[in-house]
Write a protein that binds this ligand. Structure first.
Ligand SMILES: Cc1cc2nc3c(=O)[nH]c(=O)nc-3n(C[C@H](O)[C@H](O)[C@H](O)COP(=O)(O)OP(=O)(O)OC[C@H]3O[C@@H](n4cnc5c(N)ncnc54)[C@H](O)[C@@H]3O)c2cc1C
Length: 498
């Protein structure tokens, strides 16, 4: 009898899990699963406490789901990836594993770890990896002329939609229940899932763990809210989006499951012809875009390791403020004197989730109004978000700086006051998160200092820490200088050349 091991990582589900499904295809094999938590590594990656707690809850549920299928989950903790490999190899020897299955992780440290693991895996253990966390596999769409990955989103999306139309992605079922005699286990073989040695923070009720909960939430969203999506998704007060990102971040749901759920309501053409369904799918495709970019253009993503050749190198010529500055702290704490920004940042700190519009505006404010290096914002978001995900977060922060000239040119600078008027027109969002402004009439909520001064009222709310129109001029000037300095020292082309 063969023994198969599935190494679970960011794929904590039983449906549409390529590695798990493949391991179970041989019905006669004994199938085990293993999850090895690496708290020290998470600390380095700045994984948020909320995501860690959500992961833990999901892991416990997954262990039960697997047991129902006759598959035991073995659970361990160790400090880092090096120890993780040692532990995995010892486990393989002890359990006489014949074949190891896993879904690829593409982040730099993770892929290095997997390479090292493969090098050290004894020859008698076969090893099979899968592209799992995508709508479409990396490399399956390419530019027509150069046959390479797209560097900008819009043509990527078009190619992706074409690909989806021609090749509907398969959504695998959960593996069948193992034959009874295959899963004879005793109490000793069942791991007790002890809490991670990592700070954890419980999130609001919304984030109840489980694949079934995720499916239920998404189905509910498609049935009730999707019809308002394109109209309401940016409205700050409404939370009119699916909020499924945390399930996707640790693979409790796969993007293919999400897509198939959408296909149940509309067929492909139905999605394309429905403004709300197609807008939602476009967002899911953004997620694939950042992941594909991370894999196929690692230099863009891992600029820290190769600062002179990546497309973001020009940002080193911008005279960024130090992250410990008063300005950065004011941004984190929601005390910039711009109520729409502050409400968003307080919500982020309180519940670990804000919608995409609020992420874009607060990121733009940090970079373009406060002139603070975007990497500090990226780091802070990572530590707060319940859906913290390296590819989406890093890619989005690069986007906010202006790396994607097509969808976010450098001169697009959000006006925090006008954005507030547009996406919180009745002031409900500001009033919810900034109770100290409850006296301020709606008309003045976006610039309360004007009214407070005129009324001679003192409240514990700061005066704007920067003047937006001055900041706008300053960043445009800084960008121009940075681009030209970079262009002089490089053969690459820069957005201002276009
Ligand atoms: C500065 C910044 C940082 C971000 N950091 C993260 C992060 O760490 N993790 C993360 O999952 N998303 C991140 N995003 C993308 C996006 O804001 C969130 O995915 C989205 O707000 C999650 O809410 P939702 O599930 O209700 O989205 P919905 O609007 O319902 O969209 C459905 C799904 O599509 C994907 N998606 C939506 N918008 C984007 C986008 N712009 N880029 C990539 N994928 C998208 C998500 O997986 C999302 O769950 C970031 C965006 C910005 C501007």
């Amino acid at each position: 009898m063969h023994t198969h091991l599935v190494w679970l990582r960011k794929d904590l589900r039983i449906h549409d899990n390529k590695a798990l499904y493949a391991a179970c295809e041989d019905y006669t094999a004994r199938v085990l699963t293993i999850f090895i938590a690496t708290p020290k590594q998470w600390q380095q990656q700045n994984i948020s406490k909320r995501l860690a707690a959500f992961m833990f809850d999901n892991l416990k549920l997954l262990a039960n789901e697997l047991l129902r299928l006759g598959i035991v989950l073995h659970y361990y903790q160790c400090a880092n990836f090096a120890e993780q490999i040692d532990l995995l190899l010892t486990f393989c020897q002890r359990e006489k594993i014949d074949k190891l299955f896993y879904n690829y992780e593409y982040e730099l440290n993770e892929s290095e770890r997997d390479k090292e693991m493969k090098k050290r895996l004894p020859n008698n253990i076969l090893c099979q990896g899968f592209d799992d966390g995508f709508l479409i596999s990396p490399g399956s769409v390419q530019t027509i002329i150069n046959k390479e990955m797209f560097k900008i989103y819009t043509p990527f999306r078009n190619a992706c939609l074409h690909h989806l139309k021609e090749n509907e992605p398969i959504c695998l079922p959960a593996p069948a229940i193992r034959q009874k005699n295959m899963y004879q286990y005793n109490n000793k073989s069942i791991s007790i899932i002890t809490p991670f040695s990592y700070p954890s923070m419980l999130s609001e009720d919304y984030y109840v763990a489980g694949e079934k909960v995720g499916i239920y939430r998404l189905d509910n969203f498609f049935n009730k809210q999707l019809k308002y999506y394109s109209l309401q998704r940016n409205i700050a007060y409404l939370d009119a989006t699916s909020r499924i990102s945390a399930w996707l971040a640790i693979g409790v749901l796969s993007p293919r499951q999400c897509y198939h759920l959408l296909l149940k309501k509309f067929n492909f053409l139905g999605i394309i012809n429905d403004i709300n369904a197609s807008t939602w799918l476009n967002e899911l495709i953004w997620r694939d875009f950042y992941r594909h970019t991370m894999i196929l253009y690692p230099k863009i993503f891992h600029h820290k390791h190769d600062p002179d050749i990546d497309i973001s190198s020009w940002t080193k010529y911008i005279p960024w403020h130090n992250n410990k500055s008063v300005l950065f702290i004011a941004w984190c704490k929601g005390r910039t004197g711009y109520p729409f920004i502050d409400a968003a940042m307080r919500k982020l700190a309180k519940i670990g989730w804000i919608n995409n519009r609020l992420r874009m505006i607060t990121a733009s404010f940090l970079i373009k109004d406060l002139l603070i290096d975007w990497r500090h914002g990226e780091h802070y978001f990572m530590s707060q978000l319940i859906d913290s995900d390296f590819a989406s977060n890093h890619g989005s922060w690069q986007w906010a700086v202006g790396m994607d000239y097509n969808t976010n040119p450098y001169y697009r600078i959000f006006n925090p006051t006008l954005q507030g008027k547009k996406f919180d027109s009745n002031g409900n969002f500001i009033k919810q998160w900034l109770p100290e402004l409850k006296l301020v009439p709606n008309k003045y909520l976006y610039q309360p200092h004007i009214w407070l001064k005129a009324q001679n009222i003192i409240v514990d709310y700061p005066y704007p820490i920067v003047d937006h129109s001055e900041a706008r001029k300053r960043i445009l000037n800084s960008y121009k200088i940075a681009y030209y300095k970079a262009a002089r020292t490089s053969s690459g082309s820069y957005p201002l050349d276009q």
